[in-house]
Design a binder for this molecule. Structure first.
Ligand SMILES: [Zn+2]
Length: 248
């Protein structure tokens, strides 16, 4: 858990069988000692992701872990006001980067780094599918997906368009560089690791989003995407290597 973060989980349930997810969920059962989640204020970033981006991430997680699971995550993230009160389905920039980060951090706290990563990847894929793809026609993405073009051209233009679209719609800033056998997709202002300190790169939503975008553009191919630098570990930006050759 990073310093200054929104919550402290204390007082594990006395029965070891109630630790972890179950433990967090068992709050509310009367007459027993349960997990206590004490919230302190997490400093807001003043930078914003789209409401719709926050909503799709929460819905993707709810879809996987159920209503009780997402409620527990929102509690752990210090965002109980969002329980049964999800962000509106619109394109206003109102979902603070600090809240988005808190959500992802709570996923890791509850499911461990591996489990949290898997869930974040799926949320990222859903975000491309249900948010960014809608902008396809507007920014030429759909043309790109359905046109007969060499795959390398689709990947090159597609990454640039995805980066520019996200930069335009949100306070996330992206740049794409050609680095020979791969592209370097750089996030210079990142909603996934705002104020976080970690040992390893932790911004997995964008990995899933890039994978899904390339999957769609290429007509079903999988691409290797790896986060190789991360502001949470002290790097200047969150950087993703996107290999030009698909895996399949
Ligand atoms: Zn990041």
């Amino acid at each position: 858990m990073a310093e200054g973060v929104a919550l402290v989980v204390q007082a594990a349930h006395p029965e070891s069988s109630h630790r972890g997810l179950e433990g967090a969920l068992c709050c509310g059962v009367q007459g027993r000692k349960h997990w206590e989640v004490a919230k302190v204020t997490r400093e807001k970033s003043g930078l914003y992701y789209l409401n719709k981006g926050g909503l799709i991430t929460i819905l993707a997680l709810e879809n996987i872990m159920g209503k009780n699971g997402i409620n527990a995550i929102l509690n752990m993230a210090g965002l109980p006001h969002l329980i049964d009160n999800y962000p509106p389905d619109n394109l206003a920039r109102e979902f603070d980067f600090a809240d988005y980060t808190a959500l992802l951090e709570a996923l890791e706290d509850m499911y461990g780094p591996r489990g949290g990563r898997g869930l974040a990847l799926r949320a990222g894929r859903a975000t491309f599918d249900r948010v960014l793809k809608d902008f396809g026609p507007m920014v030429g993405m759909a043309d790109l997906a359905f046109k007969v073009l060499p795959l390398n051209v689709k990947v090159k233009v597609g990454l640039r368009v995805m980066g520019e679209t996200i930069t335009k719609l949100t306070d996330q800033i992206n740049e794409v560089e050609d680095a020979g056998d791969h592209y370097l997709y750089k996030i210079l202002q990142c909603p996934q690791c705002w104020g976080r300190k970690t040992d390893k790169p932790c911004c997995h939503v964008a990995t899933g989003l890039l994978q899904e975008g390339l999957h769609w553009l290429s007509g079903g191919k999988e691409f290797r995407v790896a986060e190789v630098a991360c502001m949470a570990v002290g790097d200047e930006s969150c950087d993703y290597v996107v290999y030009k050759e698909p895996l399949s």
